[in-house]
Design a protein around this ligand. Structure first.
Ligand code: NAD
Length: 520
């Protein structure tokens, strides 16, 4: 198995730059183990310089207005649709995912997100007139407005280099901020490509900067120089960043890990449920925060469901992603994921689980791989049911009834997404309301992420705040309430000097307005 510490090799079709100026770090194609590029390892000094540059150009970017900023985003949208193959190839080269994974989740998202925020930012951030009940506010005009924060920092994971990194920069930019993006160490190339694209699309220099480097050095430094931090990644790092942001009293938005449950009731359309459970557990090689990570099936349909999944899983191809249609399930993006997935499968096997598909990775295969694996006879004593696996595994547990499924679904520190399959959609909605998760699908999974109009965020250890919807852009602003008094008395009764008369008057006003309760 090749690693980035080895000497750089020429990968097909990719120029390899000599790492002449240290510090540099190799970017490795996870499907082959070959080095495909070298990138700078920046630190606190570069973060501070980039922050100064970003702050200097932000007022002019804000002054362009929504339409001026939207023009840049619409050009970028066109670039994405015209050059989708280049974007897919870059994403695949640094993640090892299947071309179709990149096309559906990253390119379609990119194309829709540029247009969505270009079209809706102005409406979502428009001034809002507020009707006020207080008798002390009679005749005054009250409204809120949303002002950009200034400089936003975005820290990204490696599993979706576009969606979960650059994707969050689009609303931050549309809100009028400058942005510093730190991609994951393993997957910087997509972010660097998008920086080039935005420049070509007319984004002023310095408004968007990509800083590449180590999380514990550059990432920490970034949190220290920005006005807000948008973080997507693991729960332990999210806690650290939340604490650091707390010390600086800057807002942070945290999109963290998940262990999404998938409930199949006895009356479900089993064919659809099996197709969805398999696809959304293996999609992106299972490396999605909102992957189906555990399945609970009501006893009467358990055997039939398992039989369907097993047959479909055994038919999946786990080949090298050389182009469209080359494979169903790609490589794992980072080496340590091979160990995590193996550990969860072996722990389950030792505790009595049955592996009905996959389960035995080839140790001699170059790159980082684990075959699509389905486990049965699992329970909550096993890591595969309680800890985030983030790999191509699908553990299926038999439950007595819906009540047991709901209890087990909620028996997790995470609460990102969930699914319920039943033909009775009224019952499905009732169950959805009892599940502790930021989004719940009835007869679907994961796809709700593409609803950019709807907020998406985690409960419990899965995060704080949301992306998409109104909160997905307002979080990049300071809200300001403006109170305007146009017609007024020279002296209102509540102001000095205090007299017994004003005391009585205010008492009468209080009784008049609130004496019978405010709802009568
Ligand atoms: P990670 O937490 O290890 O790293 C995420 C980013 O944080 C990287 O850029 C890393 O360099 C940086 N980082 C690491 N330590 C840091 C520190 N001390 N200060 C500042 N930055 C630091 O996560 P990962 O392994 O890259 O990603 C996988 C995790 O991300 C999974 O848990 C997955 O569920 C989660 N994720 C969540 C969502 C979501 O929307 N909720 C989406 C994608 C991934």
């Amino acid at each position: 198995m090749s690693t980035q510490e080895q000497a750089p090799e020429q990968a097909d079709g990719q120029a390899v730059t000599d790492p002449a100026t240290p510090p540099q770090k190799a970017v490795v194609d996870p499907a082959t183990g070959r080095t495909i590029a070298w990138v700078d390892q920046l630190g606190p000094e570069e973060a501070a310089k980039a922050a100064a540059r970003g702050r200097a150009v932000q007022p002019a970017w804000e002054a362009l207005g929504f339409e001026g900023r939207a023009r840049v985003m619409r050009r970028a949208q066109k670039w994405v649709t015209d050059h989708s193959d280049e974007l897919v190839a870059t994403i695949v080269s640094e993640t090892g995912k299947a071309w179709e994974d990149a096309q559906m989740a990253e390119v379609m998202y990119a194309a829709s997100a540029f247009g969505h925020w270009a079209d809706h930012a102005e409406g979502l951030l428009a001034d809002e007139r507020i009707k006020v009940a207080s008798p002390l506010m009679k005749g005054k005009k009250v409204f809120t407005r949303h002002a950009p924060l200034g400089l936003v920092g975005v820290i990204a994971p490696w599993n979706y280099p576009f969606v979960n990194g650059f994707g969050d920069c689009i609303p931050a930019l549309m809100a009028g901020n400058s942005v510093l993006l730190k991609p994951a160490e393993k997957t910087p190339l997509t972010s660097l490509l998008m920086a080039r694209v935005l420049r070509e699309c007319g984004l002023p220099d310095g408004v968007f900067q990509v800083l590449t480097g180590k999380g514990s050095v550059l990432g920490e430094a970034l949190v220290d120089v920005v006005d807000m931090i948008m973080f997507t990644g693991s729960t332990p790092v999210g806690r650290t960043i939340g604490a650091q942001a707390g010390r600086r009293l800057i807002p942070c938005s945290l999109e963290l890990g998940g262990k999404d449950p998938f409930i199949v009731l006895a009356d479900a359309d089993l064919e659809r449920a099996a197709n969805h459970a398999l696809f959304y557990s293996m999609f992106n090689t299972g490396q999605t925060c909102i992957s189906v990570e555990r399945v609970y099936v009501e006893a009467p349909v358990y055997d039939e469901f398992v039989a369907k999944i097993t047959k479909k899983a055994k038919a999946l191809r786990n080949g090298t992603p050389t182009g469209p249609g080359a494979t169903d399930v790609g490589a794992l993006t980072i080496e340590s994921q091979v160990a995590t997935v193996s550990e969860h499968v072996e722990d389950a096997r030792k505790k009595g689980a049955t592996i009905v598909a996959g389960g035995d990775p080839d140790p001699n295969r170059p790159g980082w791989w684990y075959p699509p694996t389905v486990l049965t006879d699992v329970d909550h004593s096993m890591e595969c049911m309680t800890e985030e696996t983030f790999g191509p595994t699908l553990p299926i547990m038999k439950v007595a009834d819906a009540e047991e499924a709901i209890r087990l679904a909620n028996d997790s520190p995470y609460g990102l997404m969930a699914s319920v399959f039943t033909k009775d959609t009224v019952k499905g909605e009732q169950i959805a309301r009892r599940i502790q998760a930021g989004s719940v699908h009835v007869n679907d999974a994961l796809i709700g992420y593409t609803a950019l109009e709807a907020p998406m965020g985690g409960w419990k250890d899965s995060g704080l705040g949301a992306r998409h919807g109104a909160p997905g852009i307002r979080k990049y602003t300071n809200s300001q309430t403006i109170i305007v008094s146009k017609y007024h008395l020279k002296k209102e009764p509540q102001v000095y000097p205090y007299t017994g008369r004003s005391f009585k008057l205010l008492g009468r006003v209080t009784k008049f307005f609130y004496g019978r309760g405010t709802r009568d």
